[in-house]
Every structure is written in structure tokens, then in C-alpha cells.
Ligand binder design. Structure first.
Ligand code: COA
Length: 389
């Protein structure tokens, strides 16, 4: 019996900043961002959106299409938690009116969390094949203004229905893991902005890739030629090129040409290039981008997936795209969502960046911005209030 991704939905908030504008404001050559980092636009959440509203918006089409009757596990992976105690999954559980028989928990390990959730859910469904699980990954990538990480900021959410005999991607049982206690990227509880040693993090990402890949190769017996397309965690899209080159070097293969890299990776980078880093959602945003936009029918093709979370946890795994997968995608919906986004000017971006939540425990109703199907409407006695629109 195959188990894997049966539905796959992505959501990005409706505002964006063009990185040409950020480059102009910072006095930086725009090519550093566009070519050097591979980023064009960063998604900016309106002040009445957070990871809960984004994740609920990503999950909505899945629940609308298939109902939630067989759902008994909801895992929300995020490193932008909204409460130290209550799982963000429970707010989503309420907004989507999921059955009270469905467990709901939150999971964290930087950008790797959704992969841990996916593997757990696959094992769960393998043991209970008549049931399904819903995996959410949502984050707001936020660094200090004027820091090197600023142009890689972003926001977005992924939702995946995990089921037996999946329509999109059957996950292979083999995987290779690399875990190591390092400080390449972190966010102390008292900070809204992440701290990152970006050059070091890039080196750890690549060294962990080789370690995870070698373990995957030993477990599966597969070489690089087994994958028609790879998908990588994308802190910025140029990272995928570095990763593919490193895998070729580890395998003793000649370095891929720029044309090879574009052919192998191009379709998986389009969405992330336009949202920036979405942390827990990033790898799966790349997968949606590949499946939605690749003109070639990938039915039957094996896809390699590399998940990396700073700190660090890395995993290389794979899956086989199912024949007829396009019928199960939300490609038209994603296209319409990207087309409807609204561009901010630099000052609007900085004004939104500086908005802070009140901490006095009083009654606060928030202004309504252009948003998705759900909004973070206010605070009352330290409680977050969400509403469906
Ligand atoms: N035209 C084209 N390319 C240019 C350029 C220009 N005018 N100016 C610089 N570049 C290239 C550089 O050569 C470099 O490419 P390379 O990586 O192939 O050498 C790239 O742009 C980035 O330049 P660099 O000087 O390394 O940038 P930086 O030190 O300001 O920061 C990061 C880059 C990635 C380290 C930084 O954006 C960061 O920390 N991002 C966050 C990453 C993260 O969150 N990691 C943790 C999770 S995995």
C-alpha cells in the first residue's frame, strides 16, 4: 500500500514588496538580490494575518474538496508560534470546524518541522489506512531591517492531506537523516526577528545535505539518476543551485551547466522566488511550484526532496509522482492567488514591519486589510480573536 500526499495547497498573503524597491532603499545593486540570491519579491502579511490565518487559508480548499470526516490527525509545523502553550493547530481546528475526534498539535524544528510532521503522518496512516491526516506548515520569515537576511524575508503556508493510495505523491520508505547541535539560525523567545549567521548556515546546509544524501543512498541503493526532479529547502532560490552542484560533486559527477540547472530546478523555484522564505512551508512550496508549473507530465517520475531546518535537522527522502496527479492539484487557484496580489511601496513595507501587537491585555479590534478567508481580528484579555470572512 502506498501512503503519501493526496492533496497539496499553498497560500501566500496578498501583499508583496518588489526586491528592486528594497535594493533601491538599501543602496544595493538589484542583481545581488535577483541574481545573487535568486529572489524577486517578498510576501508581506497584512497586519491582520498571521500563521494561523495563512494555514487555515491553505487548508480550506482541501477541506472544501474532501470534507474532514476521515481526518483524525492535524499537525501544524511552525517556528512563528502565536502562543507558548496552546497549539496553533487548535485555532485552525476551530476556524475549519474540524471534528472534535481529530487530534491537533504543534511541532517545531525550524524549517524542518513539516517534514517531521509528514513522516509521522505517513506512519500514522500506514497503521490506519482508512484515516487521513492534515499537515500544515506556515511561517513569517522576519529579520532585522538592513541585515543581510532582510532580502530573504517572506511568508506563506502549505497544507497537505496525507492518505493511503495518494493522488499526488507516494512517499518512499527510505530516508537519510542528519542531526547536529549547531547555532546557524535561531530566534530567542524575546525577539520578533530571527538571528542568522548566513554564510555559516549555508555551509552547514550543504554539509548536512551530503550526510543525509549518503545515508539515503545507502538505504535505497539509488543514485542521483533516479530523480527526474529534485526539490530543496529554499532559504533563497540560489540555494537550490548550490545544493545540486554539491550533490554532483559528492557523486563524482561533472558540475551541471547553468542550462542543466535551469532545466532540472527552474519549475520548482518559481513560487519561492515570488514569496521569499516560508521556512516550514518552503520545501513543499517548491514541490507545489514544480507540480503546478512543469509543462512535462511528471506522472511516474521520482522526485528527491531535501528538508533542512537550522539548528540543525536535515533529511533527504523521495516520492513517486502519481499518474493523473494534475487532477488533484489546485494550480488554477494558486495562479489566481498570485495574480491578485497587491504591491506595496517601500514605506508601506516598513510601516507594516514596525507594527507591534498590544501587550496590555485590553480590548483591541484590528483594522481589516485585504486578506484571505480568515483574519486575526483582535485581542481581548490576552486572547487572540480570529474570524472567518
Ligand atoms: N550581481 C550579481 N550577484 C551578486 C552581486 C551583484 N551585483 N552582488 C553580490 N552577488 C552575489 C554574491 O556573489 C553571492 O553569490 P554566491 O553565493 O554565489 O557567492 C550572493 O550574491 C550573495 O552575496 P553575499 O555577499 O554572500 O550576501 P550577504 O552576505 O549579504 O548575504 C546571505 C547572503 C544568504 C548569507 C543572507 O541573505 C542571509 O543570511 N540570508 C538568510 C539565510 C537563512 O535564513 N538561512 C537559514 C535557513 S536555511
Amino acid at each position: 500500500m502506498n501512503v503519501g500526499i493526496d492533496r497539496l495547497s499553498f497560500y501566500a498573503p496578498s501583499y508583496f514588496l518588489d526586491l528592486h524597491k528594497l535594493a533601491a532603499a538599501r543602496g544595493v545593486d538589484k542583481d545581488k538580490y535577483v541574481l545573487g540570491l535568486g529572489q524577486e519579491r517578498m510576501a508581506v502579511p497584512p497586519p491582520d494575518e498571521d500563521v494561523v490565518t495563512m494555514a487555515a487559508s491553505a487548508a480550506l480548499p482541501i477541506v472544501e474538496a474532501g470534507g474532514a470526516g476521515d481526518l483524525d490527525l492535524l499537525i501544524f509545523a511552525t517556528e512563528t508560534g502565536v502562543d507558548q502553550s496552546k497549539a496553533a493547530a487548535l485555532f485552525v481546528h476551530g476556524l475549519l470546524e474540524l471534528p472534535s475526534s481529530c487530534r491537533a498539535i504543534e511541532m517545531k524544528e525550524a524549517c524542518y518541522g513539516a517534514t517531521a510532521a509528514l513522516q509521522l503522518a505517513c506512519a500514522w496512516v500506514a497503521a490506519h489506512p482508512e484515516r487521513s491526516a492534515l499537515i500544515l506548515g506556515a511561517d513569517i520569515a522576519r529579520y532585522d531591517l538592513r541585515s543581510p537576511g532582510e532580502p530573504t524575508q517572506g511568508a506563506g503556508a502549505i497544507a497537505m492531506r496525507i492518505a493511503a493510495n495518494p493522488r499526488i505523491l507516494a512517499i518512499d520508505p527510505e530516508h537519510g537523516v542528519h542531526a547536529e547541535d549547531v547555532m546557524d539560525f535561531w530566534r530567542p523567545n524575546y525577539r520578533e526577528e530571527a538571528l542568522v549567521d548566513g554564510q555559516y548556515s549555508t555551509r552547514v546546509y550543504l554539509a548536512s545535505l551530503v550526510s543525509a544524501w549518503e545515508r539515503y543512498r545507502a538505504a535505497s541503493g539509488r543514485g542521483l539518476d533516479a530523480f527526474r526532479r529534485p526539490c530543496f529547502h529554499l532559504p533563497f532560490t540560489r540555494m537550490a543551485e548550490k545544493a545540486q552542484m554539491r550533490l554532483h560533486r559528492a557523486a563524482g559527477l561533472p558540475a551541471p551547466t547553468p542550462e542543466d540547472l535551469q532545466r532540472i530546478l527552474g519549475d520548482s523555484l518559481g513560487y519561492n522566488r515570488n514569496t521569499g522564505n516560508t521556512y516550514a512551508a518552503s520545501l513543499y512550496e517548491g514541490l507545489v511550484s514544480l507540480l503546478d508549473t512543469c509543462p512535462e507530465d511528471l506522472g511516474g517520475a521520482r522526485v528527491g526532496l531535501y528538508s533542512y531546518g537550522s539548528g540543525c535537522m536535515a533529511e533527504f527522502f523521495s516520492g513517486v509522482v502519481q499518474p493523473g496527479y494534475r487532477e488533484a492539484l489546485f494550480a488554477a487557484r494558486h495562479r489566481a492567488m498570485f495574480d491578485a496580489r497587491i504591491e506595496l511601496d517601500y514605506q508601506q513595507y516598513e510601516d507594516i514591519f514596525h507594527l507591534a501587537l498590544p501587550k496590555d491585555g485590553g480590548e483591541h479590534a484590528f483594522a481589516q486589510y485585504r486578506t484571505g478567508s480568515f483574519r486575526f481580528a483582535g485581542l481581548s484579555q490576552h486572547k487572540r480573536i480570529y474570524e472567518a470572512l
